[in-house]
Write a protein that binds this ligand. Sequence first.
Ligand code: PAD
Ligand code: ZN
Length: 376
Amino acid sequence: MGDSLGKTITCRAAVAWAENAPLSIEEVQVEPPKLGEVRVKMVSSGICGSDDHVLKGKLLMKFPLIPGHEGAGIVESVGDGVSTVKPGDKVLTLIVPQCKKCDSCLHPKGNFCDKQDILPCSGVMLDGTCRFSCRGQKVYHSFRTSTFTEYTVVPEIAVVKIDDAAPMDKVCIISCGVPTGYGAAVNSAKVTPGSTCVVFGLGGVGSAIVMGCKASGASRIIGVDINEKKFPQAKALGVTDCLNPNKLKKPVQEVVMEMTGVGVDFAFEAIGLVDTMIAAWNSCNNSYGVCLIVGLAPADAQLPLEAVKILSGKTLKGVCLGDYKTRDCIPKIVTDYLQDKINIDPLVTHQLPFNQLHKALKLYHAGKTIRCVLLF
Ligand code: PAD
Ligand code: ZN
């Protein structure tokens, strides 16, 4: 640790030079953390659907950038004014920070901190500059986290210390996928015992939603995915019925309506497509159904709904990071995992060394993974 203190570190990172360009593993320079910032030595990073959206250019981010946000690592050094973490601490990076000062952080129900860099994405740190460079060129941050790198710099408000006993090769997914999905069900929707649920998308986030619905005592959980390879895993987690919309003779929402008679109590969209958001909405009970949008839609997409149907009483709600105030709540999920109150192990289907990033992305794109974790 000691000798890199205050100095620029040269290390390996995955750089996306442009949208839709293959990632290239490069030597990058990582500057020391400035005021209120933390430099983290990454230990593991998940590959989340949001990273795929970033790389495909759906979020209007600035390139070149270092992708990744679902990270676990060890604090290497801290900038001036940092008090909540210290070198050697095990930490998770947070796509949604918690500044504890903005309106959203101060409101009991808010979690979408003003200091997040999702809507919109600036690609720079809070002071407007970047900490990364490669081949003499500035490299942007993604969501102020950038975890596909041996070292990263994040704002103190976007990092949180976790239990020293946390297994670092897995807990990275508690940085995003687990709280996003599990929290959408248990914390945001507050799924009720005996209820019926439908989950659109059975990737890492959708699988964590299924876990949350099951833990809440849902009696029926319908899983929807166009990739049937996801079905056995989803059933093991608690899905009772699997639907592949491409193999149905009717629109999936009509099938869900027929299966349930009255529509579901809770519908979750964990894909990020307008059509599946509409299908989730139309799968809900007209009177008391709740539809939660977890998927991240492309930056310019509109969501057209039949306006008159809102009247019947159902609820449409967006949810980011499970509505958790991240620094307050995420370390508790790690502790719950250590105490066997939640089991994230089935979600980590693959683990590969960082230098096999391309293989990991190939497995992700082939739909073979729930979560593939990169190990540094
Ligand atoms: P993923 O790629 O692991 O899973 C997506 C799943 O959707 C895959 O199993 C696909 O086969 C399936 N799918 C794709 N198209 C369709 C379709 N037309 N119909 C049915 N199924 C389909 O991604 P993920 O689980 O990591 O993320 C899912 C979404 O959640 C994605 O949009 C991501 O950006 C978003 C997300 N939101 C938050 C948040 O806080 N709101 C956090 C993290 C991820
Ligand atoms: Zn805030």
